[in-house]
Ligand binder design. Structure first.
Ligand code: PEP
Ligand code: MG
Length: 838
């Protein structure tokens, strides 16, 4: 008896009536020139994925796309007839080309009315474009169908597609691979592994004993709770299975980029002695962020969401869900863009990754298919995953449960239409909570919150990492009794020891106060210094200025001692909008920044630095294989001189208010500089505003190497060490495995900085640094020693950088630079700077 061929069901992408393909009023479809399939007269307007797979093509007019299933079957869906003429009008894609999607997931929303009025017909075609190779027989449904539920086609698979089909298709299995990550595949290596797995089309699973997890799901991989020494296998089925096995095996052998000694320490269990210490007056937890503070108890309780169990139909619920996850991703992006701290940014990137986790999404879609509401299905999905992680022995994994709940609640609030209550805490509080989400923690105002304690979490939780970067004392894993403390009770938190003293005696308060005063004194000394001009110990003037995004940042920076602005990242004015800001809108912001600085302080405005990895919705740029090497920075401005001209006019309006400098980003050649300067000259002539300095960012190695030739044509250079490092070392600055090695202290990067300084010096031009390296106080004397005279730093770093400079003479800085330039690796340079630190 022969085995039946494997079958693949193609779901209705829209609700409506099925129509035979040969009746469609378009000879190309009716004649099956694109392939065989079926047509549908739609009644719904959210196109759902007819099959799971990868969006292998999304037409630029957004009226058609193709999904390639794991079996290699290409399913094209074409909305309407002649809708390409609409050039995207009325269509809203919810996915991107290359993205993996699940059957039933919303792909494109469209305006049924608009399309019906402007297109020849709404008939939507579902075509198997490579049916000749993959399908041996096609069974069609008829009549009324429901989007995401009814199968419109059932395909009997043939050839390679049949072989790759999960039923009976060959699966490849790797040999056993030993996990050597000290803490197993915890969040970061799991995220690296899942992200790599996603780059393959094949169905991939990670196997541990009897358990199996979707390799493309971070929560799935973490949920296996692997430990060092565990033996796992990888199973893959699909066209690129062999390559997937090879590359993923190697990735595991390389510990997913984690160094042998790098895994986060497992949270220290509460020491037995400390536990014995616990009493009604002294609660003990895990010291998560050091520091001492006296304050009053303020309880933060998580908001409850009322969620209806049943929804308004799978299609509509999916639309809600897609919008909520998209908005959640944007919210996270907004928080991320305000952070300068890489650790915090990495945590939020992981949250964004969770929003696309295939396991979480699959479980949510299953709920939707059962008629449940999006909020109900999503809550069920993320709660079950966080509960699974919470039940693990591995403390690191248990702590990631909080991240899932955080992302989960963010989406849930959006679905429920509730604005999540922000943490508005009275000044002088010690915050006590069962749980604080990492987003809550990132938004804490350190001026009001003196410390916090959570019931859950440990020293390695993201909440703890965030607390340390905010400089707030914190305790995780505090005992249950903390939750019952009366509001406003006075307490002393000791984040170093992990203790919370309740209702302290006068003597205990006095001791704590004395200690706090000592620390405050040191900080105050630095703060006092921060308003003085930055000088080396022998009086050489160095300008310490700030990197900002807007006028509010400028005011804060000045209050913290900024001597001006060395980098106004103007792209923040262009972000999160549907149209570019007008000349007037821009001018208002530039003038507000200028006013905050006054006529004595310098303002360096960088022209729009977008493109590549920083897209703008209203600036369609072609999708690029290497966005960092594509249309970025000045290249975009020269492609769109209209935008550049408007921006330059707006910037020039600020000229009378401050010492104005205009800086072009990503300049790689003199031709680019000359073209940009020509536009500027025209606008200066038109406005009569000649008193402006012009410079370039040195971020591309060619600009550093040719600094001596650029120098006669600019007034200054500002080195963007973030990009310069990635281009010198050929390491993507955001790459999960490489970002740590992309160290600006690499001797090759330092050589480029020295080259820039030499080239500038020969022509009497000044050099500043506005990349992240400038904010590293230990690097400040080294940079000054190479010839840098301006450091543009993040506002929190102003005081420390100024204080450091005051401890070094110019000659000592030069010696330090010579020593560092003679070293061979970034770690040698770093060690040397640490050893020399004052
Ligand atoms: C840099 O590249 O160092 C820089 C300051 O620019 P951005 O970080 O904005 O790309
Ligand atoms: Mg840059």
């Amino acid at each position: 008896m022969s085995t039946p061929l494997p079958r693949l069901k193609i779901l209705a992408p829209l609700s409506g009536w099925l129509v035979a393909l040969d009746t469609v009023p378009d000879p190309v479809f009716a004649g099956k020139m694109v392939g065989d399939g079926i047509s549908l007269d739609p009644t719904s307007c959210s196109l759902l994925a007819p099959v799971s797979g990868v969006v292998s093509n999304l037409h630029s007019a957004h009226h058609a796309l193709t999904i390639t299933s794991p079996e290699g079957v290409e399913v094209m869906v074409h909305i309407g007839i002649d809708t390409v003429m609409l050039k995207g009008q009325g269509f809203q894609p919810l996915v991107e080309q290359g993205q993996s999607v699940n059957a039933g997931q919303a792909l494109i929303d469209f305006n049924l009315d608009l399309v019906a009025r402007n297109a020849q017909s709404l008939l939507t075609q579902i075509i198997i474009t490579n049916g000749d190779e993959t399908v041996s027989a096609m069974h069609r449904a008829s009549g009324l169908v429901e989007a995401g539920k009814t199968a419109v086609l059932e395909l009997e698979l043939a050839g390679a597609a049949a072989a790759a089909a999960p039923t009976g298709g060959a699966k490849l299995l790797s040999p056993e691979i030993e996990i050597t990550n000290p803490a197993g595949l915890h969040a970061r290596p799991a995220a690296v592994f899942a992200s790599k797995a996603k780059s393959f089309q094949s169905d991939i699973h990670l196997l541990l004993d009897e358990q199996s997890a979707n390799a493309k799901s971070v929560v799935g991989v973490m949920g296996l709770s692997t430990r060092k020494g565990d033996k796992v296998r990888i199973e893959a089925a699909g066209e690129d299975a062999e390559q997937a096995l090879a590359e993923l095996t190697q990735l595991l052998l390389d510990r997913c980029g984690e160094a042998e000694d790098e895994a986060p320490a497992t949270p220290a269990p509460i020491a037995a002695a400390a536990q014995q210490l616990e009493s009604a007056e002294l609660l003990v937890g895990v010291g998560a962020s050091p520091g001492l503070a006296i304050g009053r108890v303020y309880h933060h309780r998580l908001q409850e969401f009322d969620v209806p169990e049943f929804g308004q139909g799978a299609g509509l619920e999916q639309q809600h869900f897609a919008r909520a996850t998209e908005e959640a991703a944007q919210q996270i992006d907004a928080v991320k863009s305000q952070l300068t701290d890489k650790a915090k940014q990495a945590i939020l990137s992981m949250h964004q990754e969770l929003l696309q986790d295939p396991d979480l999404l699959a479980q949510t879609y299953a709920g939707l298919a059962d008629g449940k509401s999006a909020a109900w299905s999503w809550r069920a999905a993320f709660s079950s995953y966080s509960a699974r992680l919470e039940a693990q022995d591995n403390a690191l994994l248990r702590e990631r449960a909080n991240d899932i709940r955080d992302v989960g609640r963010r989406v849930l609030a959006l679905l429920a239409g509730i604005k999540q209550a922000s943490l508005d805490v009275p000044a002088g509080s010690i915050l006590i909570a069962e749980d604080l989400t990492p987003s809550d923690t990132a938004a804490l105002d350190p001026k009001k919150v003196r410390g916090f304690c959570t019931r859950t979490g440990g020293a390695t939780s993201h909440v703890a990492i965030l607390a340390r970067s905010l400089g707030i004392p914190a305790i995780c894993g505090i005992s249950q009794a903390a939750l019952a403390l009366p509001d406003s009770e006075q307490v002393i938190i000791d984040g170093g020891r992990g203790t919370l003293r309740i209702a302290p005696s006068a003597e205990q308060l006095a001791t704590a106060e004395a200690e706090i005063a000592q620390i405050a004194e040191r900080r105050a000394a630095e703060a006092a210094m921060s308003q003085r001009e930055a000088r080396t110990s022998d009086g050489v003037r160095i300008e310490v200025v700030a990197n900002i995004r807007n006028a509010a940042d400028a005011r804060e920076a000045v209050a913290m001692g900024a001597e001006g602005v060395g980098l106004l990242r103007s792209e923040f004015l262009f972000d999160n909008r549907d149209t570019p800001p007008s000349e007037q809108e821009q001018a208002e912001e530039y003038c507000a920044v200028a006013r905050a600085l006054g006529t004595e302080r310098p303002l360096v405005v960088r022209t729009l630095d977008v493109g590549g990895d920083k897209p703008l919705s209203y600036l369609p740029l072609p999708k690029e294989d290497n966005p960092f090497l594509g249309l970025r920075g000045i290249r975009v401005s020269l492609e769109r001189p209209d935008l550049l001209r408007t921006q330059l006019r707006a910037i020039l309006q600020a000229a009378p208010l401050t010492r104005l400098h205009i800086m072009f980003p990503m300049v790689a050649s003199l031709d680019e500089l000359r073209a940009a300067k020509a536009v500027l000259a025209e606008e200066q002539a038109a406005s009569g505003r000649q008193d402006v300095k012009v410079g370039i960012m040195v971020e591309v190695p060619s600009a550093a190497v040719m600094a001596a030739r650029f120098a006669p044509e600019v007034d200054f250079f500002s080195i963007g060490t973030n990009d310069l490092t990635q281009y010198v070392l050929a390491m993507d600055r955001g790459h999960p495995q490489l970002a740590k090695q992309a160290d600006a202290l690499h001797p090759a990067v330092l050589a480029m900085i020295a080259m820039t300084c030499d080239g500038a010096r020969a022509h009497g031009k000044w050099v500043g640094i506005c990349g992240g390296l400038a904010s590293d106080e230990r690097a400040a004397p080294l940079l000054v020693g190479m010839g840098v005279t301006e450091l543009s730093v993040s506002t929190p770093a102003l005081a420390a950088v100024k204080a450091t400079l005051s401890r070094w003479s110019a000659a000592e800085c030069r010696t330090l630079a010579q020593q560092a330039l003679a070293l061979s690796t970034a770690s040698e340079v770093r060690e040397h700077l640490n050893a020399q630190a004052r």
